[in-house]
Design a protein around this ligand. Structure first.
Ligand code: HEM
Length: 447
């Protein structure tokens, strides 16, 4: 099937001397191809237009996209702003640190980040909290013999992120419902009428914020709530200068959002890769048997190099965050081009993650890339988490939960004498934006 581009839009145009990719539709621009076929769209644009081109993101307007690896370092550039993210998704991301710059960003981030570093995660006992939840879920998969994988990993990740927040188990169904309604804000048309996604999404956001506000009050009153919220509240309260509770609430909500779809997608891809490459499964089972139990502390992760390599290589080939929007605050030099101040930029992480300029045999799944390396992980090796001031806060948490998951899966299934089997066509139904994920329909058997 050819790409979802508008055959009536073939004219080659320039904006600020940079070519515009043909094929945009009215209102939605290139979004259909960005959502369904981003790798091919980027390749075609590079082949036909060169390293710099405009893509049309429909309601979010045109973003100048650069596939030259130099564009990655824009994420560290002092004259590049993240405020565009708030303009693209005001209802969901307004006031959160992902959309802040400079001092305001640093202050909000400093108040959160310690809880997500290995020490903070270990002190809060996050590994011990997660291990039984993950084990119970893979045990249930074993019992059922067959699962729709993305639905399952989505559910599991929601449970983990809620337990991280200290949300009591009996409240989970209500949260689940509100969270799904909140997600409608990502695609809601700007029409605020009863029953429509925007009205429902806003109501869900207000409900979630009210609950989070209560958690914050409880934490301040030293109520016996576990989870990271206590640590975050006390770090916020200790921070220099005024940080309002609204900022705190918006950022706790951000954690719910940022830590869910991305990890669910990565976990689903790990299972798919294990199912379609028996040698990977064999290597993982061997490691799981050697370690014998699901690790719970960061210090233990070094015992699981195969699981770690599996997580890194899966994310390299299937990065969950594919594109990052930014705005140039000053004129910038990018490769051979001068980019005027005010330009909206798109940094295509997906392209770099699978670029031959950065990786040998980039399309091949190779655990050896990670197992045989002697040097430490560099920013470019974890570019799927961004870089610079906004680099993902959840990196160590993801690493921990993915390794825990791999080991739990291998131990449980091997004990039962079964292995994952792919029951669907992986190539169909993949999505690349706003978060990338495999098809919702992919089924995995355990036999
Ligand atoms: C595989 C899983 C994940 C991937 C691929 C991922 C990717 C990213 C990327 C690319 C960014 C940079 C955004 C930018 O520069 O505009 C980011 C930021 C962020 N991530 Fe993650 N993420 C993942 C999981 C998580 C988890 C589990 C959490 C927390 C529970 C989390 C929390 C955040 C936060 C709070 C930010 C904003 C940081 C800031 O703006 O300073 N992420 N993530």
């Amino acid at each position: 099937m050819d790409m979802l581009l508008n055959p009536l839009n073939r004219r080659h145009r320039l904006r600020c001397d940079i070519p515009v990719m043909p094929g945009a539709f009215p209102l939605v621009g290139h979004l259909p191809a960005i959502v369904c076929d981003l790798p091919r769209l980027l390749q075609r644009a590079e082949r036909t237009l060169g390293s710099h081109f405009w893509l049309d993101f429909g309601p979010a307007g045109h973003l100048m996209t650069c596939v030259d690896p130099d564009a990655f370092s824009l994420l560290k550039h002092k004259d590049v702003s993240s405020a565009l993210i708030e303009e693209i998704a005001p209802e969901l991301l307004g006031g959160t640190l992902v959309a802040l710059d400079g001092g305001a960003h640093r202050q909000a981030r400093d108040a959160i980040k310690a809880a997500f570093l290995p020490k903070g995660l270990t002190q809060a006992g996050i590994g011990d909290l997660f291990a039984p939840v993950i084990q119970a879920r893979v045990q249930a998969w074993r019992g059922r013999g067959e699962v729709t994988i993305l639905r399952e990993t989505g559910d599991l990740m929601l449970k983990l992120i809620f337990s991280l927040m200290g949300i009591p188990a009996q409240d989970l169904p209500g949260w689940h419902r509100k969270y799904r309604q909140l997600l409608q804000l990502i695609v809601a048309p700007p029409v605020d009428l009863p029953g429509l996604p925007l009205r429902r999404g806003r109501a869900a956001r207000d409900w979630i914020d009210a609950q989070l506000r209560q958690f914050v009050r409880d934490a301040r009153a030293h109520a016996a709530r576990t989870g990271l919220i206590n640590d975050m509240v006390s770090a916020f309260d200790r921070s220099d200068g005024p940080l309002s509770d609204d900022v705190l609430i918006a950022n706790i909500r951000l954690l719910l959002l940022a830590g869910h779809d991305t990890t669910a997608s990565t976990m689903a891809w790990i299972v798919i890769e294990l199912a379609r490459q028996p040698v990977l499964w064999d290597a993982l089972v061997e490691e799981a048997q050697r370690v014998g139990a699901v690790p719970t502390r960061h210090a233990d992760l070094a015992q699981c190099p195969v699981a770690e390599a599996l997580f890194r290589e899966t994310l390299r080939l299937h990065p969950a965050t594919t594109l990052l929007p930014r705005r140039a605050l000053q004129d910038l030099q990018l490769g051979q081009r001068r980019i005027p101040a005010g330009t909206h930029l798109c940094i295509p992480l997906l392209h770099f993650s699978t670029s031959a300029l950065l990786h040998e045999a980039p399309d091949q799944f190779r655990l050896a890339r990670w197992l045989l390396r002697t040097e430490p992980i560099r920013p470019v090796d974890m570019l799927q988490f961004g870089t610079g001031p906004h680099v993902c806060i959840g990196y160590h948490l993801v690493w921990l939960e993915m390794v825990q998951f791999c080991i739990a899966l291998a131990l449980t299934m091997h004990k039962a004498g079964v292995r994952p089997q792919l029951l669907s066509d992986v190539e169909k139904g993949q999505r690349y934006y706003p978060t990338a994920h495999p098809s919702m329909k992919i089924r995995i058997g355990f036999s």
